[in-house]
Design a protein around this ligand. Sequence first.
Ligand code: ARG
Length: 569
Amino acid sequence: MINFKEEIAEKIKKAINIEEDIKNLIEVPPNKEMGDYAFPCFSLAKTLRKSPMIIANDIKENIELSGNIIDRVDVQGGYLNFFINKNILAKEVLSKIDKEKESYGSLNIGNGKNVIVEYSSPNIAKPFHIGHLRTTVIGSALYNINKFLGYNVTGINHLGDYGTQFGKMIEGYKRWGNEYDLNDNPIDKLMDIYIRINNLCKEDENVLEMCRDNFKKLENGDEYCTKIWNKFKDLSLKEFERIYDLLGVKFDSYTGEAFYADKVDDVCKILESKGIVKESEGAKIIDLEDKGLGICMIRKANGSSIYATRDLAAIRYRAKTYDFDKCLYVVAYEQNQYFRQIFEIAKYLDIPEKCVKGLKHVSYGMTRLATGKMSTREGTVVKVDELLHEAIDRVNKVIKEKNPDMENREEEAKKIGIGAVIFNNLCTTLVKDQVFDWDIMLNFNGETGPYIQYIYVRTKSVLEKAGNNVPSFSEIDINNLSDKESLNVIELLYNFQDVLLSVSEKNETCILTRYLLDLAKAYSNFYNENKIITEDENITKARLYLTYATGIVLKTGCRLLGIEMPDKM
Ligand code: ARG
């Protein structure tokens, strides 16, 4: 497909004989009347010792317009505004979609490059909370998009399955395990056991000592302790899997913290050999004060490993195992400072430079609940599986009212309800807090997942009305798509790949959600302004084709976000 930005950049370079990087300076003007692309001449003024205005005029005079991809160039102030040939644009885009269908937008820029996305990472025997929902959904979308762009992606669930608390849990289980039926709601019950044993530890030093002893035994591979710990892990994973199934989320690896427990000694040795480790009250620490990053402990006074050291071991292991170019940590903003520390220390781990540079914390904000509007347990803790089921139930009710005879209602309600939750988690800039409000996110006419699904279903029903006879691209006369509304849709279709590239560059899913909303709205305008099935067969074919192409891109975009499309709505 023609890359208009690149073509324009080449023409500019030729026109005034320069070798500067022009492509990255080319902008998209704020409104269409100003052109499709604009080139600001200001940064060239210094090198060329001319005013931006004179440079703009020079380029305009000398630029080669043959080849027809540019219709017109205007000078406005220090800017050059380019109007590209819409006929060529339309042909390019629609023929490409015709050839590539569901893989339109994909690339192999990632060729040979390895990307790790670490996401979800809940803690064993603790609730999967609404923050875990957000990392799960964001990470999964970043996973899909990077893969679509040709990166070799590995998705890792870094389970929180290690730590001294398991010594307590084991003690509690020993004492009261038989009072509970762990087959039903195991996490609630394990939490209950945990609270009980904690209270007992506060009263009785001896019990606390037993707990510490359990953890030591677990570290040394004691059979009984390991067996119970495995039981906690299995029960918890079963619960988490139910959520992952509902969301359609998968992982390539569930290698959690425990896996790194026996690898922390090496990390400590390396760091000590670099002379950056100090002793402080028996513990080992790294002082990062001079970098404004505080103190990071790498080993407790009692010799136990900690969260940070296991993360450092994970970085080393991943560098060796996956030779990663990028390693994304989708973790809440509370751990901003923590990841800065870890990434700073990673410089001393003897791993390749590219791995150190590739470490990236994809931080996201809190989920705020619009109060009183959601089912909560014990006031504040929201159970994620209940929440997902509530989304489905709410949609189910709406459909029952509006479209009582709909086939596969339950199934479609699931796609819409889950889709709404996923979209809601992805559509604000990640660092911002996200508001969870049923009325907003389930609004079929709002800026929501269901709205995009609704427009997609409309493209389907238009094609159905035409007997599902999607014309082939070769039958289309592009001249029938030269009205403003059609062109709007075509331009957006053209931008799809750029949008995906920016998501992967900035790790911001809202770029894609915004794009899909814009595309859905543009199609809706096209649909409102144009009769699609007309007396004129050629016009009908062209409009049906555009409908078909829009449907493909809406569906692909949503699939990458983890949202399935319903057939009916
Ligand atoms: N288990 C942690 C939590 O639930 C998140 C783990 C984040 N990943 C990491 N490599 N530290 O808060």
